[in-house]
Every structure is written in C-alpha cells, then in structure tokens.
Design a binder for this molecule. Structure first.
Ligand SMILES: [Zn+2]
Length: 251
C-alpha cells in the first residue's frame, strides 16, 4: 500500500463508531476523497483540530483495497483559517463553498482548478472580503469547471447575440434566451444583458482580479435568483447553506 500525500481541504467530517471519524477532503491531486481517521475521536494528539471543516492540510493517506474509503495517516496543518471560525457570517459564506464542492463534485475526479478556486475564495473570506458577489462568482466558476458552463451570449433558440431588452435564462437549457424568443420558452428567469455581461466577466477574469469585479444591484438580484437554482437543477437537490445564509442576513 503506497502512502499518498496531497494538499487538501476538509469539506466534511462525522464521528464514526466509538473512536473514529470519517472525513471528506477535497484534494489537489485526487479530487474529492473520503477517509477514515482511526482513533481521531479518542486521541486528540494525532489529529489536533485538523479534521474540522475548512482546515487546509497536507494529507497523507493509504488506499484500502476493499473500500473506497482511504486510511488517513496524518494531516499536517497548512492553514486553520482561524479568522473564518471566529465569525458566524464568515462561517456561513465558507460553508456555502464547502457544500457546493461536496454536492457538485464526484469522488476521485481530479480538478486542480477547483482546488485552486476553493483555496482562493477561502483566503478571501479569511481576509474579511465577504460580499454576496463572491458567492455568485464562486458558483459560476465552479459550474464552469464541472462542465455546466452557462451560455450567456447567444440565445438558445435563435442563436442571435443578446445585447439588450428583457432577456431571460432557461435553467433547462443552461442558456440565455433573447427577448423575442422568451415567450416561446417556459420557466425562464429574468437575465438582463448587463447581468449576462457581468457573469461572463466573472467566468473569464483572472482569479486575482475577481474581487475587483463590480456587480450592479440588478446583477446581484438576478444572479441570486439564477445561479443557486441552476445548481439545484443540476444536482437535483436544494442547498442547505443558502437557508443558513438567509437566516444570518435576517439576524
Ligand atoms: Zn432568440
């Protein structure tokens, strides 16, 4: 059994039996993997606070021949994201990123781009950059990495470039619909050409320029309606972290 090592983020963790924990990691080399950390509950020495959600670690593990669960050998701390843990709003934002990765990625499908995206956005939240547009940018970039990149330029029906007017977005088609074709298509959510342009920029800008991208109020409102619904449509599930975010906002 070879020992593997990879940078990883803990994206989920539950107690298992008397003394173990089952931990879900998103790793840079192996995509999403689940592992068992033997004795993690009983002995805090071996994995001191390393198996909590958000923690960025260097994971060492062994493959097990008869199980898809790996055996967690050790976790060396890279970053605990301590400032995320101190603040309920930051926790809510970071939990949304983790839920998206947990629910949208398949086990053992490597995507270094997704790993880089997760680390980049966790570090923004850690640094105190918490704005709703960041959630939307993360959502649309993740969709794109996982093969669900929405088409925001040409109408799904007539293929014309959408420039203005009351255009919309079809969840089923994953594409913009021009104002002329909108009546022919059911279940279309409002998506103005301006919002479509902002979201296209969110898809195409370099990571380090993304936090400077401005969202108008309309772009925030429209993308808040479209992106989480589009994700739920793709994974056939509601996102729990959105309810948590709503409750915190009402707070
Ligand atoms: Zn059209």
């Amino acid at each position: 059994m070879p020992l593997h090592q990879t940078p990883a983020v803990v994206i989920g963790s539950i107690d298992y039996g008397e003394s173990d924990r089952i931990v879900t990691f998103y790793t840079s080399e192996f995509g999403k993997i689940r592992g068992i950390a033997k004795g993690a509950k009983r002995s805090k020495k071996r994995f001191p606070n390393r198996l909590e959600p958000f923690t960025h670690v260097k994971l060492s593990f062994f493959e097990k021949q008869i199980s898809s669960l790996v055996r967690v050998e050790s976790c060396d701390l890279i970053s605990p994201w301590a400032r995320i843990r101190e603040d309920l709003v930051k926790i809510a934002y970071a939990s949304h990123l983790l839920e998206l990765i947990r629910e949208m990625t398949a086990e053992r499908q490597k995507s270094p781009g997704v790993f880089e995206l997760l680390i980049h956005f966790l570090s923004l939240i850690e640094a105190g950059e918490i704005s709703e547009k960041l959630l939307r940018i993360f959502e649309i970039r993740l969709l794109s990495f996982l093969g669900y990149r929405p088409n925001l330029e040409r109408c799904a029906l007539c293929k014309q470039r959408v420039k203005e007017g009351s255009s919309g977005f079809s969840l089923r088609r994953g594409r913009i619909i021009c104002p002329e074709c909108r009546e022919k298509e059911g279940g279309v959510l409002p998506l103005s050409a301006g919002t479509a342009r902002t979201l296209s920029q969110a898809l195409n800008l370099d990571l380090d320029k993304l936090s400077h991208l401005a969202f108008s109020q309309k772009a925030l409102e429209e993308s808040r309606e479209i992106l989480p619904k589009f994700i739920s449509y793709q994974i056939n599930k509601d996102l729990k972290s959105l309810k948590f975010l709503e409750e915190i906002k009402k707070g």
